[in-house]
Design a protein around this ligand. Structure first.
Ligand code: IPE
Ligand code: IPE
Ligand code: MG
Length: 251
């Protein structure tokens, strides 16, 4: 039996986030420069987008470049940005055909103008699609996102648009870059590292975490399906007891 058919369509995570890690090490193993790994990572992006669509995941968020990644060598950053732009341009039609809506989260001001322009074209083209929302985290940092949210909430308080008493989890959610997205149900990180690296800290409060040793360029649809299967075998208790979960049949 193939792996996809083992997935229970009633228990598919609504929102899957992926930390795509290990490109550099994948290239090094082959005696190639790091950018060779980034180039080969593009096909894995295609794999997870297809796999998410096949499994019925409605929201997929991919960590492509962190605020901290700006500290990498200039040449690597430049290649990463160029790669992003060319692959998105290439994939635009396919994304649209598959009814996928593209959006980006992160600090847009720090992105090269050409990248932003290219991205915005695809975002515009796909804005009415609704099979899958694909969010690329680009120049994204969770702490920066939270700082931003606090600034914007504070401005509203100063302008009397909001009172301190009104601040609750919903208000904070609504001021994050991810305000249109549900909480993350499953976060996957490849390459064997077991850390979050400043990704969606607020949004993963109750996410299930899946770490795999597979390096990103080797990540396939089946790896994604396996992560979903593992997720479906976990018991999400949200603070309750196991017995409570069994009797209410909640997931
Ligand atoms: C992930 O692979 C891609 C980005 C962070 C942009 P890495 O480039 O971090 O690969 P490793 O971790 O050095 O192997
Ligand atoms: C996290 O990977 C960021 C992305 C995958 C885009 P890194 O490779 O930059 O993370 P650290 O620095 O090793 O934690
Ligand atoms: Mg890395």
């Amino acid at each position: 039996m193939d792996i996809l058919s083992q997935i229970d369509s009633q228990k598919v995570p609504k929102h899957v986030a992926v930390i795509m890690d290990g490109n550099g090490r994948w290239a090094k193993l082959r005696g190639k420069p790091r950018v060779f790994g980034h180039k080969n990572g593009v096909k894995s992006v295609r794999e997870v987008i297809d796999a998410a669509g096949n499994a019925g995941v409605k929201t997929l968020t991919l960590y492509a470049f962190s605020t901290e990644n700006w500290k990498r060598p200039k040449a690597e950053v430049k290649t990463l940005m160029a790669l992003l732009l060319t692959s998105l341009k290439k994939e635009a039609k396919e994304l649209n055909k598959n009814n996928i809506k593209l959006q980006i989260i992160g600090n847009q001001e720090s992105l090269p103008k050409s990248v932003l322009k290219g991205l915005n074209k695809v975002i515009e083209l796909t804005k009415n699609n609704d099979a899958l929302t694909l969010t690329i985290a680009l120049s994204y940092g969770s702490r920066e996102e939270i700082v931003n949210a606090i600034k914007n909430i504070s401005k509203k308080i100063v302008n009397n648009q909001l009172s301190i008493e009104e601040i609750d989890e919903n208000i904070i959610n609504n001021h994050l870059y991810t305000f249109t997205l549900p909480d993350v149900d499953l976060m996957i990180r490849t390459s064997g590292e077991k850390r979050i690296s400043n990704f969606l800290l607020w949004q993963i409060a109750y996410a299930e975490l899946h770490f795999t040793d597979v390096l990103w360029p080797d990540f396939t649809k089946n790896d994604f399906y396996n992560a979903l299967l593992e997720y479906q075998n976990r018991e999400r208790r949200f603070g309750k007891t196991g017995e409570q979960i069994e009797t209410t049949n909640e997931i």
